[in-house]
Ligand binder design. Sequence first.
Ligand code: FAD
Ligand code: HEM
Length: 383
Amino acid sequence: MPAQRVAVADEEGSPDAILIRRTMSEIGPVADKVASYFYALLFVRRPDLRVLFPPAMDMQRDRLLKALLTAAEHLDNTPVLVDYLQNLGRGHRKYGTRAEDYPAVGECLIGSLSKYAAAVWDPETEAAWVRAYTTISQVMIDSAAADALRSPAWWHAEVVTHDLRTPDVAILTVRPDQPYPFLAGQYTSIETPWWPRVWRHYSFASAPRSDGLLTFHVKAVPAGWVSNALVHRARPGDVIRLGPPTGSMTVDHTTDSGLLCLGGGTGIAPIKALVEDVAEHGARRPVEVFYGARTDHDLYEIDTMLRLQQSHSWLSVRAIIDQQARLQLPEALRDYGPWNEYDAYLSGPPGMIRSGVDMLRGFGIPSSRIRHDAVEELLVVGN
Ligand SMILES: Cc1cc2nc3c(=O)[nH]c(=O)nc-3n(C[C@H](O)[C@H](O)[C@H](O)COP(=O)(O)OP(=O)(O)OC[C@H]3O[C@@H](n4cnc5c(N)ncnc54)[C@H](O)[C@@H]3O)c2cc1C
Ligand code: HEM
């Protein structure tokens, strides 16, 4: 689904949404304390649930509670929210979450909110939160149950090849133990054997292949747990775990509009998958790829992209090399436009996506035709 921004004025919406937003403004300044208290409460009441979570909880502290609060806040935006929650529920199967665990999380949420939003907390507010949590958790539970009928909770996958392309970027090919259906442009979660229960997202770098193998491009980030394990430790024969495929940065094959693709760093991985997908569908729609990196050296996949360009007359690949690609890219886009008839696809570091979206809007591409993934933000739902 294309990115959509949900704008809600403070006193608009259902009575429950208004009460929920009041709680949110109250806890805003002490969000960290609410998160710590929430997990402390959860693990004191349900110590058995601690093993589902990673040993270090810094990232998680933020994400579970943030998602819950944001989902509650946007309760009135049903279709967008339901889509997000269904994905989330499906994704929770790999953590070992069971339907019967949801009430405990809800009780601890309400316990934490009532403590830190005491000034505005009353029985009506509590009832609004109970209704919101029940709705949210039911969507997640139902979606996990439906998914269990057709898919495993996770896949094991054996590393088949490991190619260190630069000192910190590796291309890995893995063989899943069961068929793994996905669409070009999507991403998955990976857990390595060295950091159990620590999952990170990686994009598929190829469209689905007839041999069932999957490819990933991974850049080791300084002190990064999973990326360093995949780049510097993983070797053929190692077995990783994969979560389900997700993401909405996929090609709409019902139209033949052109594709404008901006890929920065390893963000070129899903862009390459999209190009392969267009090629396989045989449609001769224009695809314009701008591949950005800080130095020549970081354009580790330029040869592959140029080979694709040679084989397909509808494809153009342009490299943007600059420490300040943000300045060069707008100029290049201006030179090669107009883009108002194109669908846009962005993939790369969050800063690049944010500035890229603004830039593309400035070139007349409506938000509904700009696709990208940034799971951290529920406000840009569908990612
Ligand atoms: C939808 C999506 C798709 C993604 N696809 C890919 C992909 O195809 N290839 C790929 O390599 N990565 C991809 N990522 C990023 C990936 O999920 C991890 O965030 C990244 O590998 C770092 O994980 P880590 O466990 O190594 O680092 P962590 O242990 O999570 O982080 C360690 C430290 O590094 C910092 N850090 C995190 N990311 C970066 C970064 N990019 N640059 C500099 N510092 C950073 C953190 O803030 C932290 O301080 C994707 C992310 C998303 C949301
Ligand atoms: C409505 C309820 C819930 C919401 C909105 C929610 C939301 C989230 C979000 C957004 C994440 C971040 C990673 C991801 O996207 O998968 C997450 C991770 C996680 N959640 Fe939930 N969650 C809910 C209920 C539960 C329950 C009931 C459990 C089981 C005890 C649980 C266990 C976990 C675990 C183990 C992780 C992984 C931690 C990590 O990777 O750091 N969640 N949750």
